[in-house]
Design a protein around this ligand. Structure first.
Ligand SMILES: [Zn+2]
Length: 154
């Protein structure tokens, strides 16, 4: 596995949030993904747009303009959707979770689903963090980090 250390330093408005460190995972996009916010949430699309801009400024290829969509319909190829956790779908009480879909045995990302806690919908660092995962970055769990990975349970 080819390791590529990607280091982000965020000036964070979240108490106790630290510098983020990521490792490149084996997942990657072969198309430029677009971001969709489920229309039955109160997630602020301008906040999502700002989070996307952060990743574009860090060299990632992603559609700069998020839009709302009806998430009762199945997600489709090339989309990153952001939704709330559903009742009972967050037993570990995570702040956010990102799930990726690929063909079995392949690393190309097809679709990504981000779920966040409704109470944290205005925390841009959470959205940035989960978008990092949606772009194929993993949390650095090597324990070699000079600074803490991140204090929050993202
Ligand atoms: Zn994470």
């Amino acid at each position: 596995m080819k390791f590529f250390l990607f280091i982000l330093i965020l000036v964070s408005s979240i108490a106790n949030a630290n510098e983020f460190k990521y490792l490149q995972s084996e997942s990657y996009w072969t198309v430029r993904p677009s971001v969709f916010v489920c229309s039955d949430t109160n997630i602020n699309i301008d906040l999502v747009k700002e989070a996307i801009k952060f990743w574009i400024d860090n060299g990632f290829n992603i559609d700069p303009n998020p839009s709302y969509k009806d998430c009762d319909r199945p997600i489709s190829f090339g989309q990153i959707t952001i939704d709330y956790f559903e009742e009972g779908d967050n037993p570990k009480n995570l702040n956010g979770r990102t799930r990726e879909w690929s063909y079995i045995g392949k690393n190309e990302l097809l679709e990504v689903e981000i779920k966040i806690k409704p109470s944290l919908e205005n925390e841009i660092d959470l959205i940035k963090h989960e978008l990092g995962h949606a772009l194929g970055l993993d949390d650095d769990r090597t324990g070699k980090a000079v600074v803490m990975r991140h204090a929050r349970n993202y």
